[in-house]
Design a protein around this ligand. Structure first.
Ligand code: NAD
Length: 493
């Protein structure tokens, strides 16, 4: 126990243990061993964090000049760049994601803070063409108040910035609840936020389980908005919780993203994109392209090439710069993957590569790139979100057929199309009921590109110009402009 790294929570600018003194161990997916001890927030701790955020909201933070708030965001960006190595390493130990990816991502996330720093003084109001004499009416965008940011275990840093940066830029205060499955990196991040000198209580970071911690946070009467990323089942709890405090909710949920490859596609390009889309981050990405539709004319040839490419992927420890795929993040996920593969095979699915736990390490949760040929997309691996390196492959004949198949799933987050025909790319993109479509590419993100889904993938967008408005409310102010007194309230003229 003494070797475990010990973390505290960041509440009201102080580093604190849980008031119950309860802690839990977080496991390293590389070897299934505990590596850090983390406080488990009680409902009382949550209350303290939310009250600290409310006090900060009543203080100087929302009244600072927007550009001054922007300076804090830039300072956070710089801290991220200076500490990308440390943040990457901690995220890697906590999630099993490759260090070369987490380090690069920590640097790139700095760009999001810079983007929203620049937007802090760009959000404008309007002058209303009002239908009353002697009245000038305007709208302004004002901050909402305390934001609860509820984060899942994958990409903690990325899924925090898309909530925190616009929230802070607009003058809100935030309580971040990191996932109990990978809580450490956000505590490291909180240390950097503290170093910027941001006023106490503006950013608070806690962790704990869905119940009591997540529940206490999302039902708290001082929380005005819940920005949630996670699975659809938890989202249903969140919506019910929001009935308690009538808070606004935004939901970034799962996906089962379809990718279509037409006969005319550049095959090498398509193979690179598909490989990145499903095997990058061991498939533990909400936009993982996990349902692949190949047009009949290229089906056998393309599938063979794809299998060869998948078999070349180098599995290794996440800190090794040579590794191309690391372990699955947690054991529960590994079991879900195995169960779905078993059911799919029982129903006729054919494993073309992978399919069984990787022998690389007995202790870690290693699973190889897996490709399964399916007669139809109702087989379990083709239908359910697995959050692993599992690609289900189906055949199609024509454009309309594949559009219908791509849309025939509960989710609508991402999608991909590979074709040499620009018009077809545009047509398919327009017809797909998903928040994102990649044409002849995949797995790209940017601070300026709105990110989010439709159907069971949730609602609300993160990143981009529009999303900053989601951290404001429109306020209407009426000015009486005449020197004469207003009319007697009971004279009807
Ligand atoms: P999850 O839904 O199990 O947990 C997400 C967060 O919600 C955790 O912090 C958890 O503690 C909290 N939580 C659980 N129960 C709660 C409750 N009753 N009240 C309040 N909070 C509660 O998700 P996960 O397993 O951590 O992450 C995987 C899911 O996240 C996948 O479905 C994935 O697709 C999705 N995801 C979506 C995006 C996106 O941007 N669309 C990005 C990454 C992950």
């Amino acid at each position: 126990m003494s070797e475990l790294k010990k973390y505290k929570m960041f509440i009201d600018g102080e580093w604190v243990e849980s008031d119950t003194k309860k802690t839990f161990e977080t496991l390293n997916p590389e070897n299934n061993k505990p590596w850090a001890l983390v406080p488990e927030a009680s409902a009382n701790d949550v209350d303290k964090a939310v009250k600290a955020a409310q006090k900060a909201f009543e203080g100087e933070w929302p009244r600072l000049l927007p550009r001054e708030r922007g300076k804090f965001l830039r300072a956070i960006a710089n801290k991220l760049r200076e500490n990308a190595e440390l943040l990457g390493e901690i995220e890697t130990i906590d999630t099993g994601k490759l260090f070369r990816e987490t380090k690069k991502q920590a640097n790139y996330i700095a760009e999001y803070y810079d983007y929203y720093a620049g937007m802090a003084d760009k959000v404008e109001g309007t002058v209303l063409p009002i239908d009353k004499p002697n009245i000038q009416a305007i709208t302004t965008r004002i901050p909402i108040g305390v934001i609860a940011a509820v984060i899942p275990w994958n990409s903690q840093m990325l899924l925090t910035v898309t909530k925190l940066a616009p929230a802070l830029a607009m003058g809100n205060t935030v309580v971040i609840k990191s996932s109990e499955l990978a809580p450490a990196v956000l505590f490291e991040f909180a240390k950097l936020v503290e170093e910027t000198g941001i006023p106490k209580g503006v950013v608070n970071v806690i962790t704990g389980f869905g119940d009591p911690c997540g529940k206490a946070l999302t039902t708290h009467n001082l929380v005005e908005k819940i920005a949630f990323t996670g699975g659809p089942e938890t989202a249903r709890h969140i919506i019910r919780n929001s009935a308690e405090n009538l808070s606004e909710v935004s939901l970034e949920l799962g996906g089962k993203s379809p990718v279509a490859v037409f006969d005319d596609a550049n095959q090498e390009n398509a193979i690179n994109g598909i490989t990145a889309g499903i095997f990058g981050a061991s498939g533990q990405s909400c936009i993982a392209g996990s349902r692949l539709y190949l047009q009949k004319g290229i089906y056998n040839e393309f599938l063979d090439k794809l299998i060869k490419r998948a078999e070349k992927i180098k599995i290794g420890t996440p800190m090794d710069p040579e590794s191309e795929m690391g372990p699955i993040s947690n054991f529960k996920q590994l079991e879900i993957i195995e169960k779905n593969i078993k059911l799919t095979v029982e129903q006729g699915g054919k494993i073309k590569c992978g399919g069984k736990r990787h022998s690389f390490s007995n202790e870690g949760y290693y699973f190889p790139p897996t490709i399964i040929e399916c007669d139809n997309h109702n087989l379990p691996t083709a239908e359910n979100e697995l959050f692993g390196p599992i690609l289900s492959v189906m055949k199609f004949e024509n454009e309309n057929e594949v559009i219908n198949k791509m849309n025939d799933n509960q989710y609508g987050l991402s999608s991909g199309v590979y074709t040499a025909d620009f018009s077809r790319g545009m047509r398919v993109s327009k017809a797909i009921r998903a928040g994102i479509t990649f044409v002849n590419t995949y797995r790209l993100i940017s601070p300026s590109a709105p990110f989010g889904g439709m159907k069971d993938s949730g609602y609300g967008k993160e990143a981009g110009i529009e999303s900053i408005k989601d951290y404001t409310r429109v306020k209407t102010t009426w000015y009486y402009t005449s020197d004469k007194p207003t009319l007697d309230p009971f004279s009807m003229r």
